[in-house]
Ligand binder design. Structure first.
Ligand code: HEC
Ligand code: HEC
Ligand code: HEC
Ligand code: HEC
Ligand code: HEC
Ligand code: HEC
Length: 503
């Protein structure tokens, strides 16, 4: 009996369905890709359809075609209609075989070409801010919302989280597969734990744009505080932060970025995974080879604990751990709203009331929006009934400002708020620099990691009564605590009383 031609084999339901599926997906992909090349796709879900769902259907369709053919070939063999060879024979001298062959080869080439374009686009897409920040929007809401208000709002997530090179791209996509599973199965942690243990070393990512050798001089910062008294008394602090790195090139004096200079390695051991409790620090001067070890003299590590630990090398992230996802505290946010005038500081007790309303324990955004309004209006109705009508608009504006501040910084759906993500810059509401600079970290010889208030900054101006003195430019002004707490501000850390709400 004459052998059946190859194309005849493909005349079966399975192959037909496969072919239709493949063709339809292929043309939709082609259509969307060309739109994307021309105008760019902004919608994150469209990206998922284009780069993940449709290609899956295309490949499935393409696999169904030979599967159907194979099944039919076996059936024909079973019915004895064709011989029992192991493989179908292809004969390019036959016209029909030749046609199929040409269709097959050119189809494959076209497929590879479109895949290459598609894969490149998919690579760019899975690195995009829309994909990282918006596809799983409940999960990433705290990070994405804070990111949009940060100085890095124009830096792509991937530039910090993945950095350059193929190796880390592949690594991140592999761990991404687990994350996709965790989201679909709803088993992801709330809040997302920090620090990220597998984060790429900051020296590689941050230094794409910031070059540590070039830090010099000082940087001015103003901290506008308002007290928790009836008048919401303003307390302004204006200071210079000594951000120099002390590198030979800038020939400057040393300063805060000395820690990441090229001549120095600092290693430390932390007791906790958040790196808030740091009992052991080692400094190596690479040029001279001198090594200094500082231990927390009140709770040092034992020899065995030191031997068992793997010290971490200090980098940008040990201070700038929230460069783009800073969840701010009520104290900070309300001070900011007051200083921008979006909350009217002439409303009595508005600072403490607004902080109280924002710190409330709400289970959802909607509950918070409502709760903030009732807390604040009830407060004025009860305590200041005489102004409730006259200052109606000011109170309503204040309520709106507190609601906005809440929605930008507290995320009930993810159990995420300021206290879950300590910021290691400074020492006002978290330990920060004082994890090492608390004056208790000493070498065996007794010299301490500096704790003096003038080591890191100079106070230029702070609210005070009476005439201003001439400023000593090396030391600045001595700090004055806004209310009398004796020397407690010297002996304790600010963060022991100030925790982002009323101290
Ligand atoms: C300027 C660099 C930078 C950019 C840009 C950036 N991140 Fe981050 N991200 C960080 C750092 C630093 C951490 C904290 C790492 C640590 O402490 O281990 C972090 C932490 C996270 C975490 C872990 C949870 C947490 O809050 O600590 C998630 C999730 C995250 N980022 C998502 C994103 C997303 C989504 C984007 C883009 C919308 C983005 N990041 C953009 C630097 C960045
Ligand atoms: C792709 C480039 C890029 C990368 C990567 C990057 N940054 Fe930045 N960063 C910038 C730019 C641009 C600014 C200035 C933004 C401005 O002034 O508005 C900035 C500003 C900053 C500031 C000053 C913020 C302020 O309040 O003035 C800090 C601190 C900072 N970056 C730290 C980091 C850290 C830490 C990392 C690594 C986790 C990092 N950056 C990664 C581009 C980058
Ligand atoms: C023993 C506890 C304690 C310590 C330690 C402490 N404070 Fe305070 N602080 C208070 C109290 C109480 C108030 C008064 C709150 C109010 O009525 O405004 C206050 C108010 C303030 C205010 C004005 C209101 C506000 O919260 O913004 C500033 C600014 C301030 N402290 C800065 C500091 C700094 C900086 C340090 C560390 C050098 C520090 N404090 C250490 C208890 C403390
Ligand atoms: C020891 C802590 C520490 C380390 C480590 C550190 N920084 Fe900073 N950096 C600071 C402080 C403090 C400031 C002052 C700004 C502030 O307080 O928010 C600052 C400021 C900056 C600024 C703004 C400076 C300006 O003049 O505008 C940039 C950018 C920056 N750091 C990037 C980096 C990068 C990149 C690294 C890693 C190579 C790094 N920092 C390591 C503490 C640190
Ligand atoms: C992991 C521990 C650690 C942390 C965290 C840390 N430092 Fe340091 N810092 C050191 C050590 C160690 C020295 C050097 C002590 C010595 O050699 O005498 C130092 C020295 C300094 C110096 C003096 C540098 C010089 O010019 O010689 C400044 C300024 C400084 N740190 C600022 C900061 C600031 C600001 C922060 C917080 C944003 C901070 N440090 C956080 C360990 C730390
Ligand atoms: C190791 C360095 C270091 C030492 C020592 C240090 N500070 Fe600071 N301090 C900082 C940094 C960094 C910031 C800026 C934080 C920021 O950018 O938010 C800061 C911020 C402050 C602020 C403003 C806080 C705010 O958020 O309003 C005050 C006030 C202050 N320091 C007082 C003191 C006093 C008083 C001492 C001595 C007991 C002291 N500091 C010792 C590094 C230091």
């Amino acid at each position: 009996m004459e052998k059946k031609h190859l194309p005849a084999l493909s005349q079966n339901w399975l192959s037909m369905i496969g072919a239709v599926l493949a063709l339809v997906s292929f043309f939709i992909i082609l259509f969307l890709l060309s739109i994307n090349l021309v105008i760019g796709i902004k919608n994150p879900y469209l990206g998922i359809v284009l780069y993940m769902v449709l290609p899956a259907f295309l490949v499935l369709g393409l696999l169904l075609i030979p599967a159907g053919m194979y099944a039919r070939w076996r059936r024909l063999q079973g019915q004895g209609k064709i011989g029992h060879e192991k493989w179908p024979a292809i004969d390019l001298n036959k016209r029909s075989h030749r046609t199929s062959f040409v269709i097959f080869v050119s189809g494959t080439l076209l497929f590879i070409l479109v895949s290459a374009v598609g894969m490149y686009q998919a690579y760019r897409y899975t690195d995009s801010v829309a994909f990282c920040g918006r596809t799983c929007h409940t999960v990433m809401k705290p990070e994405y919302t804070t990111y949009q208000q940060s100085p890095h709002a124009r830096v792509k997530c991937a530039e910090c989280h993945i950095g350059p090179g193929v190796g880390w791209y592949a690594k991140s996509k592999l761990s991404g597969l687990y994350q996709v599973y965790a989201v679909i199965a709803n088993v992801y942690p709330r809040p997302i734990p920090t620090p990220i243990s597998s984060l790429r070393p900051a020296r590689v990512t941050c230094e794409q744009c910031h070059w540590p050798g070039q830090f010099f001089g000082a940087m001015q910062r103003r901290f506008d505080h308002y007290r928790y008294d009836k008048q919401n008394t303003r307390w302004l602090l204006n200071m210079l932060l000594r951000v120099g790195s002390g590198s030979a090139m800038t020939a400057g004096k040393s300063g805060i970025h000395w820690h990441v200079g090229h001549d120095i390695t600092i290693e430390y051991i932390a007791r906790d995974i958040r790196r808030q409790d740091i009992p052991w620090v080692r400094v190596t001067d690479i040029r001279t080879g001198t090594v200094k070890v500082f231990q927390d003299k009140e709770k040092p590590l034992s020899e065995n604990e030191i031997a068992a630990a793997v010290p971490r090398i200090m980098d940008c992230m040990d201070c700038h751990n929230r460069p783009s996802h800073n969840l701010q505290s009520p104290d900070y946010e309300i001070d900011r709203e007051l200083s921008f005038g979006r909350i009217d500081g002439s409303l009595p007790d508005i600072k403490s009331e607004a902080v109280e309303a924002m710190r409330g324990d709400y289970r959802s955004d909607a509950e918070a929006v409502k709760g903030i309004e009732t807390t604040m209006t009830d407060f004025y109705r009860k305590n200041y009934p005489e102004i409730i009508e006259a200052r109606k608009e000011a109170i309503a504006d204040a309520v709106k400002a507190v609601q906005r501040a809440f929605l930008k910084n507290v995320f009930p759906g993810m159990n995420a708020k300021w206290s879950d993500y300590p910021n290691d810059i400074g020492h006002f509401i978290f330990r920060g620099c004082m994890r090492c600079h608390d004056g208790r970290h000493r070498t065996a010889g007794g010299s301490a990691i500096p704790h003096d208030c003038h080591t890191c900054h100079i106070i230029l101006e702070q609210w005070k009564e009476g005439p201003t003195e001439t400023l000593n430019l090396e030391r600045g002004e001595d700090f004055r605590h806004p209310v009398d707490i004796g020397f407690a501000w010297k002996e304790m850390g600010c963060y022991e009383c100030h925790r982002g709400v009323q101290p």
